[in-house]
Design a protein around this ligand. Structure first.
Ligand code: GLO
Ligand code: MG
Length: 343
């Protein structure tokens, strides 16, 4: 039995299209995905605004609420909750140059419109979290934007969301690059600074994704720990990444097992989830996977989390203390290797 609750997004089961090739699997309807997520052992679904309300740009007012209600019903029927809603700002022609930090005023207004609608949708889905993955908030051409204005525009947009809804919480999902070359908010430290400068620091926190920390050359557990220090690590996207290349979203733990163990150890030791937080698994199936096995990366990742929880239970804290006292870190390191490699 895991001590955690788990969440997943509909985008984590996808058709296999990548930058260099077309889809290789049929799209699975949303309600079938939700059913399967439940069967595998997930408790909640993560949403983009247009996952919950398809064609959102064409809809207004009550039409948006109506669609959101339909989505909410599918969740209820399957005994699932909604964890968060994230405005998918990176997919629109109006956000080519970024959303909140675009050089165009009307594009920035569109980004805010979508953010406010995301809050409306979150309320319909009975969740109080908005995730901002700031995908295009940065530059492709460094000289095209002023970096100080960039950070101020992100802060301004967050403040407007906090004003729009007095209960909503904003989670910044940090990432150093891709699709931009250079991001204005690459790490959890940056997210915490923006939180502190906002009009309501208690409602602005972070979401750390393993792969994004690795892309920033940082240790994922330490990034999570930084957010936890301030009580502001409100979700995680566990996955894995093989060094500095495109964002791979590999199954959790398959590349960096020891780092994965330390992420789970940190989450266990700090009772992550005790305020309703979920462990999100932002993993993608390999393109080579056949459709009938296109949920396997999710069940594998869940299993790996649970197996690592078992390892954490076996972790001998007295032995650790002894090694620290003797300052014999070689001994401690070997102990970890044995813990992970032996039954
Ligand atoms: C991409 C991100 C993406 C977000 C999701 C929620 O690199 O990890 O998957 O987590 O869109 O905002
Ligand atoms: Mg993510």
């Amino acid at each position: 039995m895991s001590m955690f609750k788990f969440s997943v997004g509909p985008w984590n089961v996808h058709s296999g299209a990548d930058t260099f090739g077309p889809p290789v699997r049929d799209e699975i309807p949303f309600k079938d995905k939700v059913k399967k997520f439940r069967e595998i052992g997930f408790d909640a679904v993560q949403f983009h605004d247009d996952d919950a309300v398809p064609d959102i740009n064409e809809l207004r007012g009550t039409q948006i609420y109506k669609r959101a209600k339909e989505t909410s019903k599918i969740l209820e029927e399957n005994g699932m909750k909604a964890e968060f809603v994230a405005p998918r700002l990176w997919m629109d022609y109006r956000t080519i140059d970024g959303g909140y930090t675009s050089n165009s005023i009307s594009d920035r207004e569109f980004a805010l419109w979508r953010s406010f609608r995301s809050i409306d949708i979150a309320n319909e889905l009975k969740c109080d979290k908005i995730v901002l993955w700031l995908a295009r908030e940065g530059t492709l051409c460094y000289e095209s934007k002023d970096p100080i204005t960039g950070v101020k525009l992100i802060l301004e947009a967050i403040n407007k969301m906090l004003e729009y809804d007095k209960k909503i919480k904003i989670l910044i999902e940090t990432k150093p690059n891709e699709p931009v070359d250079v991001s204005f908010c690459p790490t959890i430290g940056h997210a915490m600074a923006i939180s502190a400068a906002s009009i309501d620091p208690n409602r602005v926190g972070g979401l750390l994704e393993t792969a994004h920390a690795i892309l920033a050359g940082l240790d994922p557990a330490n990034e999570i720990a930084f957010g936890l220090t301030f009580g502001k690590m409100w979700s995680v996207h566990l996955n894995d990444q093989n060094g500095l290349k495109f964002d791979q979203d590999k199954s959790f733990g398959v590349q960096n097992l020891r780092a994965a163990f330390n992420q789970i150890r940190l989450l266990v030791e700090n009772n992550f989830g005790s305020n309703g937080e979920y462990i999100g698994l932002d993993v993608k199936a390999m393109r080579t996977q056949k459709i009938e096995n296109s949920f396997q990366h999710l069940s594998n990742s869940l299993r790996i989390v649970k197996m690592l929880e078992e390892k954490v239970k076996k972790f001998d804290y007295n032995f650790q203390k002894e090694c620290i006292k003797e300052r014999d870190y070689e001994k401690l390191e070997m102990y970890i290797m044995e813990l992970l490699m032996k039954d």
